[in-house]
Design a protein around this ligand. Structure first.
Ligand SMILES: Nc1ncnc2c1ncn2[C@@H]1O[C@H](COP(=O)(O)OP(=O)(O)O)[C@@H](O)[C@H]1O
Ligand SMILES: [Mg+2]
Length: 327
């Protein structure tokens, strides 16, 4: 195995109870069998509107959620490949040091009672089971510098910082365990437009400096394409299209990817979604989840799941659509 991560047929559902979002009890497939490969050193971008399954995928990758079906294989730093599973305590411990998750809202992920110093060291100390305490504190202090904060920030609390600075703290915390892979889930979405660019540049800088691989998740296709080497387009818990960023931007092929581009810029498609529409894609386990909204839909789309297939000569592009012709 040469790839850092190899994900096949990842499946995860949630039970919804009758109420606000469902008329009756039903099972919602947040991930309906996702394949994804992450190469070492690569940034893989994941895009899709709200409810498409991005966060579930991220949380499953770091095993905050257990998957029901499918496999996640990881190429460890010692060169051995193993399957990421809940029960595998020993490997999972190392995996959680090497693969770190950073998410959208730093306010909710940073305990307001703790100082920055505590935030950076307490979790990491648990992860490393108290080993190398001095090294850890030194790395945490260095981490502040790497993310553009001051040494004097060590004793301050999250509430004393702006949103952008809090996201810097969250990044510093992720770096303490010397990760190889960062999973960034909408890390700039909650920030003012004016500081988004700074955090994106910081991420690129950290990636180069530490040779990180990255899964970069956002609902904004422009941002994802800017950050990523390859982009996967998720809808209704399924991968609709995957291609090198430039190729995807120059020529989106899947009808859903085209729709994503048409609805740019800014809030785009997301703001036009009603909650009913948002839930629609995740229900279907037969056929294409995009069929109800697709301008090219035919009967076959409602009954037969379109599997991702290579389109274009050696382009590295996969499209899951019955209607897109191989070129
Ligand atoms: N804990 C949960 N319980 C029930 N449904 C959930 C839960 N987490 C996510 N879902 C559902 O799974 C789908 C995908 O959600 P999510 O992964 O958060 O999407 P995204 O991050 O792309 O907005 C949505 O329909 C959402 O309502
Ligand atoms: Mg999300």
């Amino acid at each position: 195995m040469n790839e850092l991560l190899e994900v096949t047929n990842l499946t995860k559902s949630f039970q919804l109870h009758a109420g606000l979002f469902a008329q009756a009890d039903q099972r919602v497939y947040a991930l309906g069998g996702v394949d994804l490969t992450l190469r070492t050193g690569e940034t893989y971008g994941l895009v899709g509107e709200s409810g498409s399954g991005k966060t579930t995928l991220a949380r499953t990758l770091v095993q905050l959620e257990a998957h029901e079906r499918g496999t996640i294989r990881y190429l460890s730093s010692d060169g051995s490949a193993w399957e990421v599973r809940r029960g595998d305590r020993r490997n999972l411990e190392r995996y959680r040091q090497e693969v770190r998750y950073v998410f959208q809202d730093p306010s909710s992920s940073l305990d307001p009672r703790m100082t920055v110093g505590d935030l950076l060291t307490i979790g990491a100390r648990q992860r490393t089971r108290g080993k190398d305490r001095a090294g850890l504190v030194a790395r945490a202090r260095e981490g502040l510098d790497h993310v553009g904060l001051r040494a004097s920030d060590w004793d301050r609390r999250p509430s004393e910082f702006s949103g952008g600075q809090r996201q810097r703290i969250a990044l510093a915390r992720a770096l303490v365990t010397r990760p190889r892979l960062l999973i960034c889930d909408e890390v700039v979405s909650a920030l003012d437009v004016s500081v988004r660019g700074q955090i994106l540049e910081l991420l690129l800088d950290l990636k180069n400096r530490f040779g990180l691989s990255m899964v970069f998740i956002a609902h904004d296709l422009d941002v994802v394409a800017y950050m990523a080497d390859r982009v996967g387009v998720l809808y209704g818990g399924r991968m609709m299209e995957e291609a090198p960023s430039r190729l995807l931007v120059e020529k989106p092929l899947h009808p859903y990817t085209k729709l994503l581009f048409d609805s740019a810029p800014g809030a785009g498609i997301r703001s036009r979604e009603t909650s009913a529409q948002k839930l629609t894609p995740t229900r279907a386990l037969t056929g294409c989840p995009f069929a109800p909204r697709c301008p090219l839909v035919i009967d076959r789309c409602r009954t037969e799941i379109p599997l991702p297939r290579a389109v274009g000569p050696q382009s590295g592009r996969l499209v899951a659509c019955h209607r897109v012709e191989a070129e």
